[in-house]
Design a protein around this ligand. Structure first.
Ligand code: ZN
Length: 318
């Protein structure tokens, strides 16, 4: 039986969101990943195209129409803060956010149709802080949340797990699924830190109670701390949930060289976390992994960490 490939998806429009000079969430993040991958033989083994998916009909599965309208109205306008001072939209920002979601939905198709065993989406702007009705924390559309809804609606998947290892808590994603027992949100993050949410007693509400798991970690946490928390807290919970699909909010800003976090991970730490994800998917016999780029603001550390993540996805038997 031949092994299904791992895929790497990106879109040139993701380079066209250009926050003001000096902003950490800049197009160079993505160009660094693309050039690192280009010069690595790994790229020859990756599937890198997928039939495009129009994200437009799916945006309202997560976002408020009035917010989407406000976001669309920024198209072609001068760059301006949207909802929060650190989050900009204008020019082609909407096109970039739309392309990010389009890639994630195409990734869902590849995994759910059995054409790839896992997919990494190198996209920006990131998404996990984007709220139902507001931009936040450099995020305009909540890409991972829209991908979860798309998978559920298009492939009749009842249980989706989202593992978020970005150094920041994914407050937007948590909020979106807080009362929903069909999408399990699990997060490892620096705490206390931006955006302030993600305490361990935030566990969901109503029918969603017990389907949100926050594992806050103190600044200075190491690979060992991350792996222990994943093995002892995250994996048992997600194994019991038995997801049919695993989505990863893959931020790489817990790297020790990242300017926005105070954690001590190195490139190979992300490879080891990735191996644990593959192990989970095998244990519960889920369809596969769709991993979506979130943060990571030292462009070189980011590029190397993404390569380590991809190599781990590719080298795992899956
Ligand atoms: Zn982050």
């Amino acid at each position: 039986m031949s092994l299904k490939p791992v895929a790497f998806l990106s879109h040139p429009a993701c380079l066209r969101h250009r926050p003001p000079a000096g902003h950490p969430e800049r197009p160079e993040r993505l160009s660094a990943i693309l050039s690192a991958l280009e010069s690595d033989p790994l790229h020859l083994r990756l599937l890198s195209t997928a039939p495009p998916v129009d994200p437009e009909p799916w945006l309202t599965s997560v976002h408020d129409p009035e917010y989407l309208q406000r976001l669309r109205q920024t198209q072609g306008k001068p760059l301006q803060p949207l909802d929060h001072g650190d989050t900009y939209a204008g020019g082609d920002s909407y096109l970039a956010a739309q392309a990010a979601v389009g890639c994630a939905l195409a990734a869902i198709d590849l995994v759910c149709c059995g054409e790839a065993r896992s997919v990494f989406c190198a996209v920006r702007p990131p998404g996990h802080h984007a709220r139902v009705a507001a931009a936040m924390g450099f995020c305009l559309l909540n890409t991972v949340a829209i991908a979860a809804r798309y998978a559920q609606a298009s492939y009749k998947i009842s249980r989706v797990a989202i593992l978020d290892w970005d150094v920041h808590h994914g407050n937007g994603t948590q909020e979106i699924f807080y009362e929903d027992p069909t999408v399990y949100y699990a997060s490892l993050h620096q705490y206390p830190h931006y955006p302030g949410t993600g305490a361990s007693d935030e566990t969901g509400r109503g029918p969603g109670l017990g389907f949100t798991l926050n594992v806050p970690l103190p600044p200075g946490s190491t690979e060992e701390d991350y792996l222990r928390a994943t093995r002892e807290r995250i994996l048992p919970a997600l194994t019991a949930f038995r997801p049919e699909l695993l989505l990863v909010s893959a931020g790489f800003d817990a790297h020790r060289d990242d300017p926005l976090g105070a954690m001590l991970l190195v490139e190979q730490s992300f490879a080891r976390l990735t191996h644990l994800c593959v192990e989970l998917v095998e244990t519960v016999q889920a369809k596969g992994i769709v991993s979506i780029l979130e943060g990571g603001y030292n462009t070189q550390a980011l590029a190397r960490s993404v390569l380590a993540h991809l190599q781990a996805l590719e080298s795992s038997p899956g």
